[in-house]
Write a protein that binds this ligand. Structure first.
Ligand code: ADP
Ligand code: MG
Length: 316
C-alpha cells in the first residue's frame, strides 16, 4: 500500500465524524466551523519512540497515549476537544502496527467525539505528533498565570502511578499492581470532564506531565507566587502503596511524570464547590497545599521540608 492507501484504510475510513467539520482528511487543508463566541484552543505534542514510550510498546498503546496526552493539554485549559491532526513518521509501512496504532488512537477519539481531520505521513525514525484543537468560551480558559496567594492547591486522581508503572514495565513485572500501574502510564485517562467542570472555579491550572513539582513550578513562575505542599496529603493509589514503600511512592508522586492529572488552584472558599463539581463528573480531587506570597516551593512532611529536586523530566 502507498501512503494514500494507508491513510484511507487506517485513518480516513474509520475516523469519527463531526457536523462542524466542513472538510476533513483528503484536501490540502481541513475546514472546521467553531461555534460563535468561542476561542480555539490549540496544542501539539510529539512522542518519540524510546524517549516518550519504550521501544517495545504495543502499537495500540502508542496510538492511545499520543491522543491522550494532547487531550490532557486541552483539559488543562478547560477547553472542549473537537479536532485533531496526526503527523506520523514511521520506519516502514507495517500494516499490523498501523492497525493497532489507529485502533488505539481512534477508539479514544470516538470516546471524546474528536474528529481526525488531517495529518502527514513520512518515513524515518518513529515519532508521533498530534495537534489537537478545541474550543472554549472567549475569556474562560484557565491559564497557568492566575494563581493568587491564599489559593488552595488541588490535584485530581492519584500521583506517581505512571512513573512506577514505567519502572514495572521495564522490569517485566506482572503482579496485579504492576499491571495496573503500567496501565496508568500506557493509557492515561485525560481529565477532560473535570477540566470543563472547573471553568469559573479554578484560578490557574496545568496538567501533570513532567511531575507535580516541575509542573507546579510553571504555575508559580507564571503567577509570580510560591507554594507550600503537604506530603502527607499527596494522593497515592492503593497500587502505588502496595508496589513501593512510603518514601518511594511519595517521591514518585512529587517528581514522577506522565500521570496526566490536573493540578489547579482556587480560592479556599471554592473548596466545597470544587468537590461537588468533581464528584458530578466522577473525578477524585485532593487539596495538597496552599499558594504563598513568598516565591519558593516547599514540600513539608510532618513539618519538615523534604529535599526533592524541583525539576522534572528535561529534554535539553
Ligand atoms: P499534502 O501533500 O497536500 O500535504 P498529503 O499527501 O500529505 O497532502 O495528505 C493527503 C491528505 O491526507 C491530507 O488531507 C492530509 O491532511 C491527510 N493525512 C495525511 N497523513 C495523515 C494521517 N496520518 N492521518 C490523517 N490524515 C492524514
Ligand atoms: Mg503533507
Amino acid at each position: 500500500m502507498n501512503e494514500f492507501e494507508l491513510i484511507e484504510r487506517f485513518f480516513r475510513r474509520t475516523a469519527q465524524a463531526r457536523p462542524d467539520v466542513a472538510l476533513g482528511i483528503g484536501d490540502d487543508a481541513a475546514l472546521v466551523t467553531p461555534d460563535a463566541g468561542m476561542q480555539i484552543a490549540i496544542s501539539t505534542d510529539t512522542l518519540v519512540n524510546g524517549v516518550h514510550f519504550p521501544a517495545d510498546f504495543p502499537a495500540y498503546d502508542v496510538g492511545y497515549r499520543a491522543l491522550a496526552v494532547n487531550l490532557s493539554d486541552l483539559a488543562a485549559m478547560a477547553a472542549e476537544p473537537r479536532w485533531a491532526l496526526l503527523a506520523l513518521t514511521l520506519p516502514a509501512a507495517d500494516e499490523s502496527w498501523l492497525q493497532g496504532f489507529a485502533t488505539g488512537f481512534l477508539e479514544l477519539a470516538r470516546e471524546y467525539q474528536v474528529a481526525l481531520i488531517g495529518g502527514d505521513m513520512t518515513q524515518g525514525p518513529m515519532s508521533v505528533t498530534v495537534t489537537i484543537l478545541g474550543q472554549v468560551p472567549a475569556g474562560r480558559a484557565i491559564k497557568r498565570s492566575g494563581a493568587q496567594p491564599g489559593d488552595r492547591i488541588f490535584v485530581t486522581g492519584t500521583l506517581g502511578d505512571a512513573y512506577l508503572g514505567l519502572k514495572a514495565h521495564e522490569a517485566n513485572q506482572v503482579s496485579a499492581e504492576a499491571i495496573w500501574l503500567r496501565g496508568r502510564f500506557a493509557r492515561p485517562r485525560p481529565r477532560v470532564q473535570a477540566g470543563l467542570a472547573l471553568r469559573g472555579l479554578a484560578n490557574s491550572m496545568i496538567d501533570v506531565s513532567d511531575g507535580l513539582l516541575a509542573d507546579l513550578q510553571h504555575i508559580l513562575d507564571e503567577s509570580g507566587v510560591g507554594a507550600r505542599l503537604d506530603a502527607a496529603r499527596l494522593p497515592l493509589s492503593d497500587a502505588a502503596r502496595a508496589y513501593a514503600d512510603r518514601d518511594a511512592a511519595l517521591a514518585a508522586a512529587a517528581t514522577g511524570g506522565d500521570d496526566y492529572e490536573l493540578l489547579f488552584t482556587a480560592g479556599a472558599d471554592r473548596d466545597a464547590d470544587i468537590r461537588a463539581r468533581a464528584a458530578d463528573v466522577g473525578c477524585p480531587v485532593a487539596a495538597v497545599g496552599d499558594i504563598t506570597e513568598a516565591r519558593d516551593l516547599v514540600v513539608l512532611d510532618g513539618g519538615l521540608p523534604l529535599p526533592y529536586p524541583r525539576l522534572g523530566y528535561r529534554h535539553f
